[in-house]
Unconditional design. Sequence first.
Length: 228
Amino acid sequence: MKEKVVVSIGGSVLVPGRDDTAYIRGLADMIGEVSDEVQAVVVCGGGKIARYYTETGGELGGSTFQLDMLGIGATRLNAQLLAVALGGLSSTDVPLTAEEAAERSAPHNVVVMGGTVPGHTTDAVAAMAARALGAARVVNATSVDAVYSDDPRKDPSAKRFSRMTIDELGSVVYKEHGAGRSSVFDPLGIKIAKEEGIDILIVDGRNLPELRNAMLGKGIEGTYVSSR
């Protein structure tokens, strides 16, 4: 039986507005290759597309619920874009819940999805999908190369972590950013991962060899977060 893995890929990684086509094609090729060895579900974030719609919707007087739904729509649009690149390995009819994604998941069938309901980030959705799927790990493909004690782009002295426990990751999330505001990993996702014994690997999502290693459970240059 193939090992199961969930990838949470940030919208700013998937569609940053530069070399999008080349990156998405390379990402799809890599995922297709590793699908011979692991059974994967990919959860896509919204990134700048989500920000555009939520900011514009806010200026137009949208309610919090309406803005959340606009953001979720953007994540699903990104998921459909990646599904197009995956071709016959996936379907552009993206699942609307983590449970639906787990039900659709099968060997050589890469399930791609976006957000689900207001109040749940795509990191949290990835942890929920991992729980429903019985996955060994969640790979967080982000715009930084590891977990730091603070944003390394703002604080050059920020401490870099190569390995940590799930409790230590939780401390970074809450201490440095406040509950629910971390760019590292969502607090709800951390809670689920701890309860279910799911490891989290945080890597530079634009580094495809690194992302490949994380999906396969091999050594990484990013941060390995042990749930045990």
